[in-house]
Design a protein around this ligand. Structure first.
Ligand code: MG
Length: 331
């Protein structure tokens, strides 16, 4: 039976995909990057160009939150998965599933947000589909989005090399913390979601060279992303807790709920694996951008296969993905 944990993006989701979903499909690749890679997107190569594809669905609750809304999230979420593979997002399809009785002004506000975010990024909305379900069968609106990007150089989760420095582009956990605070109305001041497109930062650092891989931190947070790199690149990661930026609000919210900030989702942060000769210039470039001013080198890729966190108090522990569900419907 399907549980909320199957949609939480952690170990349970991974098991569902690998053990139940994937074995049903025998043909899983065309000529470049297919389902088995379980990367941020897939790719088909034509001549020297990779066409990169990704899809995602959005059921965030509430629909509007500080720093974003379900519409902005749909565009940003899809675009970021393409950006971190080195592809420039160029087009999207949108499938809208609406609840009978949805307020037209709410719907139009979401559409305007989709339009504005896509326009700012130069992303065309090429098509989509609209369905309506009976009242009570769905909670207001769900959006399923499909995106296309292009690149001549594809970066994947398997490309991290021992010796690479690992950079995080900003404070972790702010999106999930923002959603939780909106929903629970707890006595912590509102925090703005980090929901934002990564493409500007990505373009600037790719120009420098030496960037081997990038990954956006979504469900499962920093911990999940680091573990995916470790598994797919067959490397170890040596991470230093005190170098990871976490805002005061995220810290205090984590104390109240007993959450680990490194497991919280972001929608506008990424990790970058860069060869050490380029680390300083990449970091300096990130820090000059609006989204990257708190960027920080958080560790190093090493031989081996484990993600080790060197804690602020001088201990060492394995950083393993959480199992189960912390908070449903964060994206
Ligand atoms: Mg991703």
């Amino acid at each position: 039976m399907i549980t909320l944990a199957h949609g939480a993006g952690g170990k349970t989701t991974e098991d569902l995909i690998k053990k139940i979903i994937m074995p049903k499909f025998k043909i899983r690749n065309v000529n470049a990057l297919g389902l088995d890679a379980l990367d941020d997107g897939s790719a088909i190569k034509s001549g020297k160009t990779f066409f990169v594809f990704t899809s995602d669905s959005y059921i965030v609750k509430p629909l509007f939150f500080k720093g974003g809304d379900i519409g902005k999230l749909a565009v940003v979420g899809v675009a970021n998965d393409l950006s971190v593979m080195g592809a420039k997002p160029i087009a999207m399809h949108l499938n809208l599933i609406l609840e009978e009785g949805l307020d037209s002004s709410v719907f139009e506000k979401i559409l305007s947000s989709i339009g504005k975010t896509a326009e700012e990024q130069g992303i065309a909305i090429l098509g989509g589909d609209t369905k309506v379900m009976e009242k009570g069968k769905i909670d207001q609106i769900a959006i399923s989005a499909f995106g296309i990007g292009v690149t001549s150089k594809l970066l994947t989760d398997a490309d991290v090399k021992p010796g690479d420095d690992i950079i995080v582009s900003g404070g972790v956990g702010e999106h999930e913390a923002s959603i939780l605070i909106e929903r629970e109305n707890i006595g912590v001041s509102k925090i703005k979601s980090d929901c934002a497109p990564l493409q500007d930062m990505v373009e600037k650092i790719l120009k420098i060279g030496g960037v081997h891989a990038m990954k956006d931190l979504t469900r499962g947070g920093l911990t999940m992303a680091l573990n995916e790199w470790s598994e797919k690149s067959k490397i170890g990661l040596n991470i230093f807790e005190k170098t990871i930026p976490v805002s005061k609000t995220v810290k205090s919210m984590c104390r109240i709920y007993g959450f680990d900030p490194f497991n919280l989702a972001c929608e506008g942060r990424m990790i970058i694996a860069v060869e050490s000769s380029k680390t300083r210039i990449v970091l300096k470039t990130l820090k000059k951008t609006k989204l990257g001013k708190n960027a920080s080198v958080i560790g190093k890729a090493v031989e081996g296969g484990e993600v080790v966190l060197n804690t602020s108090v001088g201990g060492r522990k394995l950083l393993t993905p959480f199992e189960g569900v912390m908070l449903p419907r964060i994206c």
